[in-house]
Design a protein around this ligand. Structure first.
Ligand code: F6P
Length: 545
């Protein structure tokens, strides 16, 4: 069954949230903390080795209660049940949304169109295991009998961002295989990467859910040609694997049947790293680590599915995001992991969040008259502190930030880790408290500046503070905690989509550009240019001249 269509702005909670916003927008977080010494306890959640502190948000207990009421009024409970039970909630593509089935336990039953998909999921997992283990151990060899040294993942969007992000995140757990990513159709990238490779010892994994994506097929074809300059056609069987729902197209490309990994249309590209799309992850860190990551996600699924909404991390974080997006008119959210390993985490979430919730038509087909999908951005701390934090601290825009940090580092360098985490905690404190004119005055007075100098400098040194942050403090970056962290944001996306009354699992917005690129490619290849607007026409003429 499809999700219900309920306009969130028609709910009682929404109207009361508006009032709550009007009454509370003048509050300063400093005062909220002074008024309630237990605030950090009331507004935090402990789940397994995750501590999520959301007390540094511009909310009162009443705000949170109203946000939770909003979730009830749009019947989030019913939506969650449909999400997990294989209903075709991706209505515009007529598909179920079952990436959670990919990490379900072997004993689970997940019905898609009346059929339990778990045995098939586990069959593919077994294939990922045997294949990756044979490559890592050197049992499976290249066409000249040498073990593999390099793996190239050829894919784009969800067929690239997830594996790339995870392999960077789990670098500590990596084996000897060097993993490369070719996504962009920019030929300079392919040729740069190929320069580093020896065809005798390189495995190519072509990942494309549809196997029709121009970028991926162009890159794969270029690579195949390069490979065949040295190897023979029969050697493709040893060096190319493919992951796709489109097994017919894979066969046409010449991939040997034993190197074909199926995918399912009930898994969206941006949620697919848990499937064979994650083959390069299993190759990089070994199947056991890959599987442990899946089990971390499965635990988060269980938490999301069963915890009461007020104790439910994805639900609470989604509601807070809605609070700023729809009441404070905040347009963007920053995600700042204090771990260099998570350097691609925000880029990965950009696709997950913005491709899912960048919609302006509601589930009844009407244009919405409220804001939906947030803009996501971020880079690891502390680097970002020395780049764009100025704007978060003293700019004119309100930017809620998620801070993600770990109690223990992986290499165990306590001196470094304490410095890293001192910055982590200092930033959320500084963003919240800011610095008052009185504090600045005292500081400048202490520097023995004249009254005139103090008055001149003072306005520039004041920090308003009152900047909202969530702190997600996790024990350590492990395959398990990473799996749970990714799943947390996946469920946050779902909750927001439900509340905004949009369809989160299609992506029609990327089609028009693809179509036009096809038309323009003909203009570039042919002598005649078809009719375009004046600007595009002039640019095409300049390009061809
Ligand atoms: O164009 C967007 C998109 O469809 C993404 O949703 C998807 O992850 C990406 O392209 C790649 O698609 P495919 O895996 O089918 O090549």
């Amino acid at each position: 069954m499809a999700l219900q269509s309920i306009d969130p702005t028609s709910t009682k909670a929404w109207k009361n949230l508006r009032k709550n916003y009007e009454n509370s927008k003048g509050n300063h977080l400093r005062d909220l903390f002074a008024a309630d010494p237990n605030r950090a306890i009331a507004f935090s959640l402990q789940w397994n080795d995750f501590l999520v502190d959301f007390s540094k948000n511009r909310i009162t207990k009443e705000t949170l209660a109203l946000l939770l009421q909003l979730a009830d009024e749009v019947d989030l409970k019913d939506a969650v049940q449909k999400y997990f039970s294989g209903d075709r909630i991706n209505v515009t593509e007529n598909r179920a949304v079952q990436h959670t089935a990919l990490r379900a336990k072997k004993t689970a039953t997940v019905l898609v169109d009346g059929e339990n998909v778990i045995p098939e999921v586990y069959e593919v997992k077994e294939h990922i295991k045997t294949f990756s283990e044979a490559i890592i151990s050197g049992k499976k060899k290249g066409y000249t009998g040498k073990p593999f040294t390099d793996v190239v993942n050829i894919g784009i969007g969800g067929s690239d961002l997830g594996p790339e992000m995870v392999i960077k995140a789990l670098q500590f757990y990596k084996n000897h295989l060097k993993i490369h990513f070719i996504s962009n159709v920019d030929g300079d990238l392919v040729h740069e990467v190929l320069q580093e490779l020896n065809p005798e010892t390189t495995l190519f994994v072509i990942v494309s859910k549809t196997f029709t994506t121009q970028e991926t097929l162009t890159n794969a074809t270029t690579i195949k040609k390069w490979f065949l300059k040295q190897a023979q056609h029969k050697d493709i069987a040893d060096h190319f694997a493919a992951v796709s729902t489109n097994t017919k197209k894979i066969a046409e490309f010449g991939i040997a049947a034993e190197n074909v990994f199926p995918m399912w249309d009930w898994v969206g590209g941006r949620f697919s790293l848990w499937s064979a799309v994650g083959l390069s992850i299993a190759l990089a860190v070994g199947y056991d680590n890959f599987d442990t990551m899946l089990s971390g996600a499965q635990q988060m699924d269980e938490h999301f599915r069963t915890a009461e909404f007020d104790k439910n991390i994805p639900v609470v974080l989604a509601l807070l995001s809605i609070w700023y997006n729809n009441f404070y008119n905040a347009e963007t959210e920053a995600i700042i992991p204090y771990s260099q390993y998570l350097s691609r985490f925000s880029a990965y979430l950009q696709q997950g969040i913005m491709e899912s919730n960048g919609k302006s038509v509601d589930r009844s087909g009407q244009r919405v008259d409220y804001q939906t999908g947030t803009i996501i951005w971020g880079e690891p701390g502390t680097n970002s502190q020395h780049a764009f934090f100025q704007l978060i601290h003293q700019g004119t825009k309100l930017i809620p930030v998620d801070f993600i940090g770990f109690k223990k580092s992986l290499h165990g360098d306590v001196e470094h880790h304490n410095k890293l985490m001192a910055n982590f905690f200092a930033q959320t404190e500084a963003l919240m408290n800011g610095k008052t004119p009185e504090e600045v005055y005292k500081e400048l007075e202490g520097l023995k500046l004249s009254e005139e100098q103090i008055q001149k400098l003072l306005p520039f040194k004041v920090f308003e503070g009152n900047k909202p942050t969530n702190t997600i403090l996790i024990e350590q970056l492990t395959p398990k905690s990473l799996g749970a962290l990714i799943a947390l944001y996946e469920h946050k996306i779902f909750v927001q989509g439900v509340i905004w009354n949009i369809f989160s699992y299609d992506q029609w917005g990327v089609e028009l550009g693809k179509h036009l690129a096809g038309t323009i490619l003909k203009d570039l290849q042919n002598s005649e240019i078809a009719d375009h607007d004046g600007s595009t026409m002039r640019l095409l003429q300049a390009f061809k001249s």
